[in-house]
Design a protein around this ligand. Sequence first.
Ligand code: MOS
Length: 709
Amino acid sequence: MTTTTTGTRTTKAVGTAHTRVEGRDKVTGAARYAGEIPFAGLAHGWLVLSTITRGRIRSVETGPVLEMPGVLTVLHHGNAPQVDTDYIGMLGMPPDPTVAVFQHDRVPHAGWPVALVVAETSEQAREAAEALVVQYEEEPHDVTFSGALPDAETTPGISGPGVTEKGDLEAELAGSAVVLDAEYSTPEEHHNSMEPHAVTALWDGGRLEVVDSNQGTVWVANELASLFSLDPASVRVRSEHVGGGFGSKGVRAHQVAAVMAATSLSRPVRVVMTRRQLFSLAGYRSPTIQRVRLGADAEGRLRALDHSCVSATSTVYEFTEPGAGVARVMYDAPAHRTANSVVRLDVPSPTFMRAPGEAPGSFALESAFDELAEKCGIDPVELRLRNEPEVGPVSGLPFSTRRLPECFRVGARRFGWAGRDPRPGLRRDGRWLLGTGTAGASFGAGAMPSTAAATAEADGTFTVRINAADIGTGARTALTLVAADALDVPTERVRVRIGDSDFGPAMIAGGSMGTRSWAWAVTAAAEELRGRLAMGDAVPPEGITVRSDTTEAIGALAQKERHSYGAQFAEVAVDVTTGEVRVRRMLGIFAAGRIVNPLTARNQLTGGMIWGISMALHEEAVRDRNTGALYGADLAGYHISTNADVPVVEADWVDDPDPDDPVGIKGIGEIGIVGAAAAIANAVWHATGVRHRTLPIRPDRVLTAGSRA
Ligand code: MOS
């Protein structure tokens, strides 16, 4: 094992490959998920969703269903307790009213929760739910997302203001030697984690106990406390193992319905969403229509950059997919404008989905850069190197680190980019046209306040408690390595416990900020504990516990642009007679802070890149204009990349420790998908000479477009 030094700390475990500490439990089935933990006296709830897209509920005919075997109750707007939605949650946003189930008779979209049927068994609940007759008064709906730009309102979203602008855009465009003006679009996309959303709720001696699958137990506990007007201290949420989240696992309709039922029945109640229900109730990525205008001088230096993004939201909640946000970070120009706007439709509320903003935004911006490179006659890698900003283009702040050029140089060398003939449509392998493409990537790298506790046990082991969520990222393992180094003990002596709101406040698994935020708190507690043990403190039978809170340290961080970066490279083969696009290989080189565990980090990064293949070629949720619902709301109808679609996908990184982080971490959860779809689309252009500005690049679209070669 190698020992390296960062700052003043000697590290041994951080930076070395470790299999997941809970890996054995997961593969042997010993790890229990929220929908399978045994509870005495458990009752099962089944959600009933609206079959109309807009209108009112006239009646819920509970009588016959209450006579069915095992049925205990039917909750609906006529009998459910009131909840309070007038609050701002942990993420600084009001709750999506979709979670406040059964509060009124209005139906604002297809798949709106209208009732919960509770029975002794899950099968009885399902049968009764399917038998429940709900009468509606139907109203006309509009679910069609189009480039109706006049209707769109610019709006602040999760990545800042609705509009940013500087300089005279029209003048710089008019004075540019080369101008590009193009529109790009991305479809509605769904997260659909492997483990569906699942919860069990019960009242226990004046406390609300919730076992759940989520990305942050304190987040969900606080939301439930607010909704039900409870003292947050009387709500405990546990979430030990989570089979994926991707942004969708916060508070959702099922948890609120389960709490209502547990209250009225005084029994533990479990609600598990079906895969089909995920398509209505778990949130999704809004479709986007984006316009990018670029103006450059003859050498490819930008004079004007204009990126606007329109997305859709529901009529009950404003969630803006901030696709133009990526332009605020990646490239500068004397005239620079970005705008995010939103239109309201009779559709479910969208939400965060892996790299919200950056994932669709980078498809537009990095495709546009490839088009500009073509127009300027400059290599796409070189064009990006010529447009490296000195400071944040919009913020004017210095970068903490920005090793994007290094990513491109290392990536180009490893991919074999040098000597690439830029002309499209020239390379053939039998019936396949071959091409290569590249794209840049960035994603925010922040830290949020968290608390942790480190305990020296009497038996010489250590227990770390932190309210982290391991949604498949490997966070539990990463924190074990971080704690071992901070304590200066082997990893075998460290046990990390996570996913329990009683452990105290901590950042959620979100925004690519989880591991960094938690590692900071774990390091602070563990280092102090190590200091106390070094002073000779004897360990009593109950152990010695040290607590940390990083609120002050993180509050004192200097204002900087903090991001992870990456360069994506792809090679594709296109059969223009069948329209088939195959990705042959992908390489992503990232500058994403200190990599704690290369094994799980590579898994995170390639997972994002594979999702990029899926986004480029397969994923698309299609709404039926007549019914307002999705066609094929399941994993047969909604195509995702599977093994045969994913050939050689490699991720690696350049050394990039964050200078302001105790461990040097930045964050790797989301950047893998950023730019991936653009690199593939750019490679398809290089193969065929045809630009695909609409995702996914389906066989029929390739066929219609043909080839210019
Ligand atoms: Mo992520 S979309 O912040 O879970």
